[in-house]
Ligand binder design. Structure first.
Ligand SMILES: NC(=O)c1ccc[n+]([C@@H]2O[C@H](COP(=O)([O-])OP(=O)(O)OC[C@H]3O[C@@H](n4cnc5c(N)ncnc54)[C@H](O)[C@@H]3O)[C@@H](O)[C@H]2O)c1
Length: 362
């Protein structure tokens, strides 16, 4: 099997889908690994390290895509990469197709076997390849929010932790899953006043026990959301309905009631976002102001910390990549139900029901 690792081209992306260590593992299992020159540089891995791990370095992305049976990536293919996809090729990456109807059309037309990191399942029904990036995005959401709350960055000038004698900032996190729980951890660690809302009472119970009353947990319903968001200095959107378009949990009207200079970080933007006034931004232009509120909605937040993110991502993907190499793609999918759950497109069909429903197929 030939694995192709192209350099990521999304704005500001710094991650790479394979470390030299994963490369060495794949080569030891008999794979040929083609890596685009410079693909690992922004994550701190040199071409020489990949060469030493047994990879063949290729200057042209076209050559990487053309020769690969399996393309291993981080982000979904962008329009500039659509022509590089080879008919019938296997692609293992984040796809987020519910928010990408154009890409879905291309994958179907080219009959791509699209295995999405975000829907691969663990034995317990969890999403092991989404988890590390969600943890990173959750932690980053608070440091990003704190940055944009600063007066010089268009914010209200609130210091999240406050100082003795002043009110700390109020952080409201909607969604208490992987990203939400890590946002809560960072916000509480900074000394902010933290409120977290979720539909799942077990998640709220766990946080209540962990923080012993230092964090307010609330059931997610329109009344609680409206009330808390209107008082938030920093609002973090962290909800997920697996593979589906994110539900809109905060209306434009509620956003317009926030204090001027408050900040929204919508982590769920990769699934379309969960705030009515949100639209995707990029690392080049990460924020815009609407209703006096600073909106941040970068779909690839973990790229801000390319080294940690690459290590976190590849330690999660490694067992699945190894399965694909050891058994071959089709046998690996037949033998491992959790890996097979990652298949979103195959032979011109959308095979993941929530994605098909979100895109209006079948
Ligand atoms: N922007 C980025 O760079 C980036 C990075 C990583 C992950 N993400 C995205 O972040 C989102 C969250 O991922 P996660 O791993 O934390 O998901 P998760 O499944 O661990 O948690 C999602 C939580 O949302 C809750 N939820 C669903 N509907 C809700 C509602 N109406 N109100 C309140 N809570 C609700 C669920 O009960 C669950 O606890 C996903 O869209 C994921 O793709 C984005």
């Amino acid at each position: 099997m030939t694995i192709g690792v192209p350099k990521e081209i999304k704005i500001g992306e710094t991650r790479v889908s394979m470390t030299p260590s994963l490369c060495r593992h794949c080569v030891s299992l008999g794979a040929r690994v083609l890596i685009q020159k410079g693909a690992g540089l922004t994550a701190g891995f040199s071409d020489a390290e990949y060469r030493a791990a047994g990879a063949t370095l290729v200057a042209e992305p076209t050559k990487v895509w053309r020769a690969a049976d399996l393309v291993l990536k981080v982000k979904e293919p962008l329009p500039a990469e659509y022509d590089l996809l080879q008919e019938g090729q296997a692609l293992f990456t984040y796809l987020h197709l519910a928010a990408g109807p154009e890409l879905a059309k291309v994958l179907l037309k080219k009959r791509i076997l699209g295995i999405a990191y975000e829907t691969v399942e663990g034995r317990d029904g969890s999403f092991p390849l989404l988890k590390p990036m969600s943890q990173i995005a959750g932690r980053l959401s608070i440091q990003i929010g704190a940055y944009f709350l600063q007066s010089q960055h268009g914010g209200s000038g609130v210091l999240l932790g406050g100082i003795p004698g002043t009110m700390p900032g109020h952080v409201v996190v909607i969604g208490a899953g992987n990203s939400g729980a890590h946002a809560v951890q960072m916000a509480a660690g900074m000394g902010a006043r933290v409120t977290v809302l979720d539909l799942d009472t077990r998640k709220l119970e766990a946080l209540d026990v962990e923080y012993r009353g230092r964090v307010v947990t609330l059931i997610s319903n329109p009344a609680n959301i409206e009330h808390q968001v209107a008082d938030a200095d920093l609002l973090v959107g962290a909800v997920l309905i697996p593979a589906a378009k994110a539900p809109t949990v905060v209306s434009r009207r509620t956003v317009s009631r926030m204090r001027p200079g408050s900040v929204i970080v919508d982590i769920a933007i990769d699934q379309g976002g969960c705030i009515e006034s949100i639209r995707p931004t990029s690392h080049k232009q990460p924020v815009y102001v609407e209703h006096g509120v600073v909106h941040y909605a970068v779909p690839n937040m973990p790229a801000l910390v390319g080294r940690t993110s690459t290590l976190g991502l590849t330690q999660a993907t490694e067992p699945f990549v190894a399965m694909l190499v050891r058994r071959g793609v089709e046998r690996a999918l037949a033998e491992h139900e959790g890996l097979a759950k990652g298949v979103n497109t195959r032979a011109g069909q959308i095979t993941y029901p929530a994605v098909a429903a979100a895109l209006g197929y079948g």
